[in-house]
Write a new protein. Sequence first.
Length: 344
Amino acid sequence: MNARIFAAAAFAALLAAASAPRPAAAAPVSARTPSAGSAADDGNPFVARDRAAAPDLKTPCHLWGAPAEDDPASQLARARAFEARGRKKAARKAYDALVHNWGASAEAPVAQLSVARLREAAGDLEEAFTEYQYYLERYAGSNPAPGYDWLDVVRSQYGIAAALLPRSGRGPFSVSPGLVASMFRHVVQNAPDWEKAPESALREGLARERDHDWDAAIAAYDRLMAKYPSSAMRVEACYRAGECRWRVSEKWPNDERALGNALETMRRALRLDPSHAMAAETSRRVTALSARATRMAWERAEFYDRVRKNPDAARLAYAEFLRLYPAAAEAPAVRARLAELPAD
């Protein structure tokens, strides 16, 4: 009986606890400022998070990672002392604890940059990039670290992305090309008027190519051409976009739209710079694609004429063929067949 009474009392206590109002959650040190650089990759809206984006808001740590000092100035001094004695890992953790617990303090920007700098020095390049991004998004605009220019940080990010690009690929020990591409895209977003922004945009496309993601590479090259129309990188981007569109067309040989896009881009590249290093190969591919386009147009007209036996549709298809390819080898036969077809 006593056991039953005890169980009933315990159950009542649980119900009361569940229905009691919850205490308000502690407010974070500061709200995260939305940034285009932190958004999911526009190329794939189903990707939940961009791996090159800044880390999530650093909130106070109460157990592991909690600061050893009672105020940010003392914590900064402690971290600097660790660094001066060569204890780099301990210094990084102490800097990071400062940012977590006093993110709105005057010492936080210096500590955050120190976290990124120590990550980079240790070879943790992916983590270093995102820590630099955290600094740019949260501190560089309103509370910058003394002695650090915005572009100094972007240059560090560019150096990291450039170092990782040759190591990116599809192999088991390679760096993710998508991650490297996103890094270059962040560089462009962080400093769109910087002299290396067009090159960064180009390298985003190159990283996508290393992953055989031709559509994403094309999108990167097209953005470069639209955003930096007077840059020398525009010509390179046009040739590379043509190459990627050619690959898409080879993958889907019956897709007339893909074929037409490839031809248009490659012809545009040849007009921009006929002496480019890729010009000879591009010319050969234009010739091959043109022959395929001619054959497809001829086969379509023949289909309406010989298979469907639809004179009206055949007449339109033959006329379109002559409009597009008046000098084709099939043109005389097309004209002769048009003369044979019954009038409307």
